[in-house]
Design a protein around this ligand. Structure first.
Ligand SMILES: Nc1nc2c(c(=O)[nH]1)N[C@H]1C(S)=C(S)[C@@H](COP(=O)(O)O)O[C@H]1N2
Ligand SMILES: [Mo]
Length: 239
């Protein structure tokens, strides 16, 4: 086993304290993904000929949230992505700020656990570039994505997700503002949605309003790292 493999094992042992400790199958998935492909491995990219004729919407298609609706009504001119938590320079980013960051365009396949896939062309700011601008502190281990869509009737429990720093700095991890060369539609997460290409669909948070750099997500939601994770889905949804 090479140095990369050993580094992967070391990383795993650091995560063993997880609250609802990752089920053993999940740990196995993560170990296999780490050893077989390495955490820097690229998700497959496709050509324009492979694009799905249209990219369907799943889950929330238009957040039932007055603040979001107000932002949408003016084309998100007043949108600000807040970045907070364990960073040296907390700040917010307008859409223009996000467009000014180094970007990446990629044609990838999205796989939803509900049994459908679609290939889309995504363009967005590299999350690594945004993180370089705010300076995560040494304690930061996860990026938490807070979304605009309430997931229950009383308007609480908005959708949220989290990824580790390996995925956060991966070259294909972007805050997408375009789908198939057009501004990201509301149905697919306008104005900003996460693309974290080696993970299943539910990790790709839409309607992202705020990022938080944290050491642990034990005290966020039910402590499992995401809205669907709190309903029992795996936190590490690598494919
Ligand atoms: N904020 C938010 N993000 C979300 C969801 C959601 O309902 N709300 N659904 C997730 C799921 S299960 C999938 S498969 C994809 C769907 O993305 P799409 O609507 O662009 O197809 O978004 C993910 N991110
Ligand atoms: Mo999904």
């Amino acid at each position: 086993m090479g140095a990369a493999g050993l580094a992967g094992c070391d990383r795993l042992s650091q995560t063993d304290w997880f609250p609802r400790v990752l089920g053993s199958a999940e740990k196995l998935n993560q170990r296999v993904a780490t050893l077989v492909t390495g955490r820097k491995a690229m998700a497959q990219e496709f050509t324009p000929a492979d694009l799905s004729p249209s990219f369907r919407s799943n889950g929330t298609s238009n957040p039932d949230n007055p603040e979001y609706q107000t932002l949408a009504a003016t084309g998100f001119a007043d949108y600000r992505l807040e970045v907070a938590g364990l960073v040296a320079k907390p700040r917010s980013f307008s859409l223009a700020d996000l467009h000014a960051l180094p970007s990446r365009t990629q044609i990838t396949r999205h796989d939803c656990v509900e049994g459908w896939s679609a290939i889309g062309k995504w363009e967005g700011a590299k999350l690594s570039a945004l993180l370089d601008a705010v300076g995560p502190t040494a304690k930061a281990r996860y990026v938490v994505f807070r979304c605009a869509d309430p997931m229950n009737d009383d308007g609480t429990s908005p959708y949220y997700e989290s990824i580790d720093m390996d995925d956060a700095y991966h070259v294909q991890t972007i805050l997408a503002y375009k789908l198939d060369d057009k501004p990201l539609p509301v149905a697919n997460g306008a104005p900003i949605r996460l693309r974290v290409e080696r993970q299943l669909g539910y990790k790709h948070a839409k309607y992202v309003m705020r990022l938080e750099l944290v050491e642990s997500f034990a005290h966020i939601g039910d402590g499992n790292g995401g809205y669907w994770e709190d309903q029992g889905y795996q936190w590490y949804a690598g494919i």
